[in-house]
Design a protein around this ligand. Sequence first.
Ligand code: DSN
Length: 424
Amino acid sequence: MTTALEALEHYDPEIYELIRQEKARQSGAIRLIPSENYVSRAVMAATGSVLTNKYAEGYPHKRYYEGQEVTDLIEDLARERAKKVFKADHANVQPYSGSVANLGAYLGLAQPGDTICGLLLTDGGHLTHGWKMSFTSKTFNSIQYRLDPKTGRFDMDHIRETAKEVKPKIIISGATAYPREIDFKAFGEIAKEVGAYHVSDIAHIAGLVVGGVHQSPVPFADVVSTTTHKTLRGPRGGLLLCKEEHAKNVDRAVFPGLQGGPHMHTITAIAVALAEADTPEFGNYAQQIVKNARAMAEKLLELGFELVSGGTDNHLILIDLRNKDIPGRKLAKALNKARIVSNCNTIPDDPAPPFNPSGLRIGTPSITTRGMKEEQAKQVAEFINKVVENVDNEDMLEKIGQEVLMLCSHFPVPDHFIVPENQK
Ligand code: DSN
């Protein structure tokens, strides 16, 4: 019997070859984009399964089409696993992505035109936290709060003052480029003080929350939103968790409010990823992500780099490159030539424009999945420093790339396949 990939090679050699090239790129590079990861073979198999063939509008046991004997069981399992690992009352596993999940959260709690209050994109928030170009600011009245530019951290007094002044219907906690632990309890208290709902977007740190190395927002938020493919290490998708009192409205906001048929192959793979996350091995993985980020941050500081907030508590480091006099985009491109993949990023109160910002965002979820530890994290910091010192020297970048390739060869992308004890 031919495998799925062999069939693809036969029927579409052009796409097969491009997939082969992307696989080689992913294994022959140190991937530091903090929102990326490598999924297990089990998650990959579920994503590429026959569940892609099925329409399932509605929710389990209340569907619009027939033939849901299996899909209902799968979605029930995914929801139960999500509720278990996040200790939540209710889970909705249908959002196609984090953006749709966020909009589902807002529309489940508020009406178009209501005021929402989230972190400014250029200070580390997400587009869908109310950025001026996003549908979230076109649908809602968006007032954005800032980080403290001196500390690079949330300033809870400023957030409280802003909330008291604008009286939002929803306060959003969460970020995409924030290297410190977020005090969700404090956000919950401010929301209560001003009579707002609290929506927490944990897309970046969901795996750290499940692994017990970051405070969970579940007890302090009305709705928690996440993607499933970052530190949580599942397929690309979205997930909403909420208190029972909001379950009906959140479900209605997702379907039929925003979406049609759920992507059942993704939901199947989310169920697999959640079973993997519900293991002691995953807790160790989450701990190691943070240890690796700390080790990398310490080495970078030693090498004279300036880090926003002075370090990290989570999976992510934001380098302020102004003392190195290299624009973020230029460095990200030079690093890519040396097989180190990152992204340029704004820093809080960045004087430079978002398309060519002053920062570089890096993170450790992917290298940790490859089995790298603190020693390799420090080595990666040294590679970054070498690239900075040779940013215009193509021969040196090529040479550093060969050293990176050597390190990668010692840490092959694993076909990790975690089977929970109770399912062996
Ligand atoms: N694009 C994601 C990130 O890289 O953080 C956020 O959606």
